[in-house]
Design a protein around this ligand. Structure first.
Ligand SMILES: *Cc1c(COP(=O)(O)O)cnc(C)c1O
Length: 471
């Protein structure tokens, strides 16, 4: 299996190279050169498998022979054995033909664990085989950083530094990062905003001597190996609800378009998916695009669903590549103009191809809170605010969907992670699951640095150099 860049000018690479490089050298995103196909019989053969068994079947063709199958099996088994539910992604029925897939049973209670836990182990495996180490540096507004810190702890060949804006992540998110007791992971509070954190990370990568000296690497959602493990739970849900005989639809709250793109990938692989419903909060660039074919940047407004407070959905580039019949030069020209003008438009043929599959619905904070309250009253289930945005979109698009097709809404985080929204909706915050009930009293390790590249680099040098000396 080879991967090609959406901008058409980087060399095709095998899986292990794509894993380590993240972004393509031409600025594009890697996608499979051809989709591995699952026939109806192949899909039928997935029925009754455990989550890790199914994960191995779905991911193996993407990895090919770059990682031995027994090693991949060990990685997958170990990952999901650490989850808090034996099904990993249990399905719950909310109403006739409306299901919830719970993706909050990983160590940091959001769906990002399902991929990040696999990604870090894949890194470790490939690095060990090559005798290399990497230093992961990233910025977070909450969920990604927590998932990265948990995934990188105890990995032999990774040092991980995650920056977050001091005092601006939720208390649960902060403690998920700062209470991890492992010498190779560091959650650092920066005296600044999330944008300052991102700028610091960019500046560290732009310092070529530093980047090469410490072998800097990223784990953001443009890495193909973040998308791949997310494809698994779409197969899991569809097979458990009757695929391939019966098609299903999914509702996905969407920010960077990574999660819903994984559903699109499952469809390309042969999974019968009827519709993808995407939910936006007030940062609604994608749902506006679906309405008129114009992608237009606006400023970011803070909402109750902060993991979707984005200006641009970076993974949309992968869908655009297919809408443009895999013409990398056209994608490159379009997205270069988008960076310059803040806007691009697609013609009605291409828009129709997108909207034949993808429907969108927007919920502002008041609508999100109303959805949380309504679903709690009707079913007893507490939805986190991101999940509620997805369920809200499912409701808004009801008239445009076949009522006979089951809709699976993705529950992307545990409601305990977002106390403010839950309190507004139902009066009291949701309790943490039992296995982390003591999170708020665990000892914290929480260094603070000024918003300054030199301070960040000194911090990284000191930690990585002393680990190297100890090894
Ligand atoms: C990251 C995240 C999202 C957005 O997912 P994308 O892949 O960026 O579209 C939605 N909900 C939660 C809880 C998240 O952590």
């Amino acid at each position: 299996m080879q991967y090609i860049s959406t901008r058409g000018r980087a060399p095709a690479l095998p899986f292990d190279e794509v894993l380590l490089s993240g972004l393509a050298r031409d600025g594009g995103l890697y996608v499979p050169a051809v989709w591995p196909l699952f026939s109806r019989d192949d899909i039928r053969a997935l029925k009754g498998l455990s989550y890790p068994e199914l994960a191995l079947r779905v991911m193996q063709p993407f990895v090919g022979d770059t990682i031995p199958t027994d090693a991949l099996k060990r990685i997958v088994d170990e990952t999901y054995a650490g989850f808090g539910h034996r099904c990993a992604a249990p399905l719950k029925q909310l109403a006739p033909n409306l299901w919830l897939m719970e993706l909050f049973h990983g160590p940091t209670l959001a769906f990002k664990d399902y991929a990040m836990q696999v990604l870090a182990r894949l890194f470790d495996h490939v690095l060990a085989a090559r005798g290399e180490r990497v230093t992961i540096v990233g910025a977070t507004s909450g969920d990604t950083g927590a998932a990265a810190v948990e995934a990188c702890r105890d990995r032999d060949n990774i040092d991980c530094f995650i920056l977050f804006p001091k005092g601006r992540v939720s208390p649960v998110q902060q403690r998920q990062m700062t209470t991890v007791d492992a010498a190779n992971v560091h959650a650092i509070a920066v005296e600044g905003t999330f944008d300052d954190c991102q700028d610091l990370v960019k500046a560290a990568f732009n310092d070529t001597a530093f980047r090469d000296g410490y072998n800097l690497s990223a784990v953001n959602s443009i890495n193909w190996a973040r998308i791949m493990p997310q494809i698994v739970y779409y197969f899991w849900a569809a097979v458990n609800l009757g695929a391939p005989e019966r098609p299903v639809s999914f509702a996905v709250p969407t920010g960077n378009f990574g999660n819903v793109y994984a559903a699109y990938a499952a469809l390309q692989m042969g999974l019968p998916i009827e519709r993808l419903v995407i939910g936006s909060n007030s940062n609604d660039i994608l749902t506006r695009f679906l309405a008129d074919g114009v992608m237009e940047m606006r400023g970011v407004v803070p909402t109750l669903s902060p993991s979707m407070d984005i200006q641009v959905s970076s993974n949309f580039e992968r869908l655009l590549f297919d809408l443009m019949d895999r013409d990398g030069a056209e994608v490159d020209a379009t997205l270069t103009a988008f960076r310059r003008d803040g806007r691009f438009a697609v013609g009605s043929n291409r828009l129709t191809r997108a909207t034949n599959l993808i429907l969108g619905g927007t919920s502002d904070d008041d609508a999100t809170v109303a959805t949380i309250r309504r679903v709690r009253d009707e079913t007893g289930e507490l939805l986190d605010p991101h999940t509620a945005v997805g369920v809200g979109a499912a409701e808004l698009t009801k008239a445009d969907r076949d009522p006979a097709v089951p809709l699976i809404a993705l529950a992307c985080a545990h409601p305990a992670k977002f106390a403010e929204a839950i309190e507004r909706a139902v009066g009291t915050p949701a309790p943490l699951p039992e296995r982390m009930a003591d999170l708020m009293t665990r000892p914290e390790r929480n260094p603070v640095i000024p918003n300054d590249l030199g301070a960040l680099q000194d911090y990284i040098r000191n930690r990585v150099d002393s680990r190297g000396a100890a090894a």
